[in-house]
Design a protein around this ligand. Structure first.
Ligand SMILES: Nc1ncnc2c1ncn2[C@@H]1O[C@H](COP(=O)(O)OP(=O)(O)OP(=O)(O)O)[C@@H](O)[C@H]1O
Ligand SMILES: [Mg+2]
Length: 475
């Protein structure tokens, strides 16, 4: 859209001439039209940011043209001009999205100010639109990585929910499974995308402040309420409110929230008036609210209201090869932000990633990769820089893990004097000797802060033997 271009639409050539001269004097480009048809052609071809539109034209009403402009380019600035300001026209023009209204005969001084303000407003509108597009792209469903069956199903459901009329959605999943990410994708993938997305973490706000934070308060509602305050529900009007960690909401506020959802209206603290609610509520919890409600920590009726649309985010360990897809995504990401040139993981690392339980889910994976990439100087991520937890794993995770969990100097089954130190109990399921060795080498390297001589001492081998093993790990 041409920032300095103004389209003048009037059937009187004298007016077009006068305005044209004035616009040129103020430094604007200008184009003209004497009919609506001509005006729409000019509008389409020349992309003016501002239109000065007369109301009564030989081939129709300027108000119809206004509607047409707005439907083609909603951020264009239309200023209506008319000889007889009829109230009806004014109101319907402003309702139709006119930026302003100016009476004839035109006061040029007034017009100049109106146009200047209009350009400013139009430029802002364009910036807002660009930012919104940028956000919509940044938070779109496309940014959610995962091709596993579990994820495809989950994303399919979420997309459906996004474009539906659902007024409440519940996201449940362990910490780090992507609830924040999904809440934003649902918002930006909905017809609410051009309205606000407001997030609040219930756990982060003192219980006593939550009600006024959510619903606002009237002046004097309580001692500190010096002024009227708009709540987050009001700020989110037309958009989405994200209530993170909903399980932390106190029971009496759970009752209030339920009432708001059921009645479709809310009241400020200390207020007497009900305000209609046009907000989609997305609630999230990393606890199972159903079982919370069985132990009376969450209201069952609120749970039922929220869980009409419930989306469960699968834990990372149930997403198959997604873990590798995500890992590769983070390599690319950190190659850019950390200015590194890591190309791949060694097969051992892939194996460890596949079998680890990932209690911290995607967030943990991301952190593990960031750390390894900071420490790694070669083009490959080797097990050397993986945190010990990954190598140790979890009892239930994999044979490697159960083997490693006994790889501490526990007592031998048959103690034989001073040799006890080197005896380990081999569990029924067997062990993976290479993995045990790998883990021990790695632990020694960590404990010695990377000092090979000290690490070799810890392992009771020579420095050359250690070097040989490190080299083997890197291969
Ligand atoms: N499927 C995914 N694709 C890409 N990135 C993801 C995915 N899931 C999660 N992430 C990333 O992992 C990190 C954690 O995700 P997020 O904050 O959404 O988790 P959460 O479920 O809200 O966790 P918590 O319960 O701790 O608040 C973020 O950096 C997010 O961008
Ligand atoms: Mg979160």
């Amino acid at each position: 859209m041409a920032k300095n271009k103004v389209l003048v639409v009037d059937d009187e050539s004298a007016i077009r001439y006068t305005l044209g001269e004035a616009l040129r004097g103020w430094g604007y480009d200008h184009i003209e039209a004497s009919t609506i048809k001509e005006a729409l052609d000019q509008f389409e071809n020349e992309h003016p940011l501002i239109v000065l539109q007369d109301i009564h034209l030989p081939d129709g009403s300027g108000l119809d043209a206004l509607r047409e402009y707005k439907s083609r380019h909603p951020q264009s600035i239309i200023i209506m001009m008319t000889g007889n300001i009829l109230l009806d026209d004014t109101i319907s023009a402003l309702r139709g999205g006119a930026y302003d209204f100016i009476g004839k005969p035109i006061n040029l001084r007034e017009l100049q100010v109106t146009i200047r303000n209009g350009i400013e407003a139009g430029t802002l509108r364009r910036e807002v639109r660009t930012l919104r597009n940028e956000q919509a792209r940044q938070f779109s469903f496309d940014q959610i990585i995962g091709r596993s069956a579990a994820m495809s199903e989950m994303i399919g459901l979420a997309k459906k929910v996004a474009t539906s009329e659902a007024s409440a959605v519940l996201l449940q999943g362990e910490s780090g499974t992507g609830k924040d990410l999904l809440a934003k994708a649902i918002h930006y993938g909905s017809s609410r995308a051009s309205y606000p997305f407001i997030a609040i973490n219930i756990a982060a706000i003192p219980g006593t402040l939550i009600e006024s934070e959510l619903f606002g308060h009237e002046k004097g509602a309580f001692t500190d309420a010096k002024n009227r305050k708009e709540g987050l529900f009001e700020q989110a009007h037309g958009g989405t409110i994200f209530l993170d960690e909903i399980g932390e909401l106190e029971l009496n506020l759970q009752a209030k929230l339920l009432r708001v959802l059921e009645e479709g209206s809310f009241r400020r603290v200390g207020g007497l008036k009900d305000h209609p609610l046009d907000v989609r509520v997305i609630a999230a919890s990393n606890r199972d609210l159903k079982s919370e409600s069985e132990s009376n920590r969450f209201r069952l009726d609120l749970y039922y209201r929220l869980s009409v649309i419930q989306i469960d985010l699968p834990p990372l360990r149930e997403r198959g090869d997604d873990v590798l897809g995500l890992a590769n995504h983070y390599i690319e990401h950190f190659n850019q932000t950390l200015r590194k040139r890591i190309e791949r993981f060694t097969p051992t690392v892939e194996e460890i990633f596949r079998h680890y339980r990932w209690p911290g889910n995607v967030r943990e994976l991301r952190n593990v990769i960031e750390r390894a990439m900071i420490l790694e100087d070669t083009h490959e991520i080797t097990p050397l820089w993986l945190p010990r937890d990954l190598m140790r794993g979890d009892e239930s995770a994999l044979p490697v893990a159960s083997a490693l969990s006994v790889a501490s100097p526990v007592a031998s089954v048959t103690p034989t004097g001073p040799e006890v130190r080197s005896s380990f109990v081999i569990p029924e399921s067997g062990i993976d000797l290479e993995q045990v060795e790998l883990s021990l080498v790695q632990q020694a390297m960590e404990r010695s802060g990377g000092n090979q001589t000290r690490a070799a001492e810890l392992l009771g081998i020579s420095r050359d033997q250690l070097r040989y093993r490190l080299k083997k790990i890197e291969e």
